[in-house]
Design a protein around this ligand. Structure first.
Ligand code: GLY
Length: 386
């Protein structure tokens, strides 16, 4: 049981027996997402041939960052070693500025020194940055090692760890270098959220809300009905498991239908088009990714009202959930509407010069369009609710 500020995250032994498995049924690379309180301690067993259904080689590298490794590294190593795996560990410097090719080179050096083979495994223990970089290393070293995701942030649990997007940044833009490379297993242990900074928790909640709007109206209704969404300390563990399950199921459904983002998968970028522009215009320092996505969803909702896709009530419902999650709903100070419209053109999802937006006909159903004009974007941004 984990104590947080005198309140127990209520993960009693009985709760620990509860686990959910979601299958990502990709024809060539199927895998499970396991949601289990205390799942970190079962990793060794989960990666055994009898449970995984695939024989992994003896060697596993636990790849993390110093802060996360200090919290959870020993438990993961112990579980793997108890199951007979030979382990090494490797930490990247933390932060987006270290999400580089050069950092991955450091991991390659360690893998070479430890004589990793194609049958060996890289296990990412951390948030989205660790997961993306470790996945990229797994995709490329010896043309492909086994890869396991153990996400420790809410954002990585519901989004980055599922679906196989891996990569590093280029000095000119985020995630410009990468590969689609699916993990063999995603292990989500909600207990680790107890040590996640609250602002990061709220950022992850933006992606949970996104799944409600684009895919799962019942999830959205559950978020509307919740008393609070802004703090891990205020969330009932059973409800947390429920929204983790629904969000990862949504991601699994979408990715299974469109692994390489030929069409449908783009709906996962709801709120991200304007969000990315806001992150970039504020130098990635003022608002984090989830906050930017929340703001992007607020802006797109306004656009959809102006386009007669949504009524004002639907917009107000989405705004209320975003506010309940403690996410900002007004644009960062000093960011100008014409600068946002301009920055949209540099989004890596621009196709033939046209900016791609994700819109929705109703809560739970989204579609992709490239027919939104600059004037429509500007009109929405200029009349955002404050
Ligand atoms: N994060 C969006 C995707 O995985 O496609």
């Amino acid at each position: 049981m984990i104590a947080i500020n005198n309140r127990h995250l209520n993960l009693s032994k009985m709760d620990r027996q509860d686990s959910t498995t979601i299958r990502v049924a990709l024809p060539a690379n199927p895998y499970d997402i396991r949601l289990a309180a205390g799942g970190l301690d079962t990793l060794g067993q989960c990666l055994s041939v009898s449970e995984l259904g695939t024989k992994l080689g003896q060697k596993i590298a636990v790849v993390s960052n110093p802060e996360i490794f200090a919290l959870y590294g020993d438990r993961v190593l112990k579980s793997l070693q108890s199951a007979g795996f030979e382990t090494i560990s490797y930490c990247f410097e933390p932060g987006e500025t270290h999400k580089t090719f050069a950092s991955v080179q450091g991991l390659f050096d360690a893998l070479l020194a430890a004589r990793f083979e194609r049958s060996s495994t890289l296990l990412a223990l951390g948030g989205g940055i660790v997961g993306d970089m470790t996945g990229f290393a797994a995709a490329t070293w010896l043309r492909g090692l086994n890869f396991v995701q153990v996400p420790t942030s809410l954002l990585a649990m519901v989004d980055a760890s599922v679906g196989g997007k891996t990569g590093v940044n280029h000095p000119q833009g985020k995630n410009l270098i990468g590969a689609f490379y699916q993990p063999k297993l995603v292990m989500i242990d909600p207990e680790v959220l107890a040590t996640l900074p609250e602002r990061e928790f709220r950022a992850g909640m933006a992606e949970v809300i996104k799944y409600g709007v684009i895919w799962d109206a019942d999830l959205f209704a559950q978020l509307e009905a919740a008393d609070r969404l802004d703090s891990i300390k205020a969330i009932d563990p059973a409800f947390l498991l429920e929204i983790l399950g629904r969000s990862t199921q949504a991601k699994a459904d979408v990715v299974t239908q469109d692994e390489k983002e030929g069409g449908l998968r783009a709906i996962l970028n709801y709120g991200h088009t304007i969000g990315h522009a806001l992150e970039s215009l504020t130098g990635y320092r003022v608002i984090n990714h989830g906050e930017a996505v929340g703001l992007g969803m607020v802006a797109v909702a306004r656009m959809m009202v102006q386009m007669d896709l949504w009524d004002a009530e639907t917009e107000a419902r989405q705004l209320a959930v975003i506010q309940k999650a403690g996410l900002p709903t007004i644009l960062p100070e000093g960011v100008k509407v014409d600068a946002i419209v301009d920055r949209l053109k540099t989004d890596k999802k621009v196709q033939d010069g046209r900016v791609r937006f994700i819109l929705s006909k109703a809560i739970g159903s989204a579609f992709v369009t490239d027919s939104v004009t600059d004037a429509q974007v500007a009109a929405a941004l200029e009349t955002l609710p404050v």
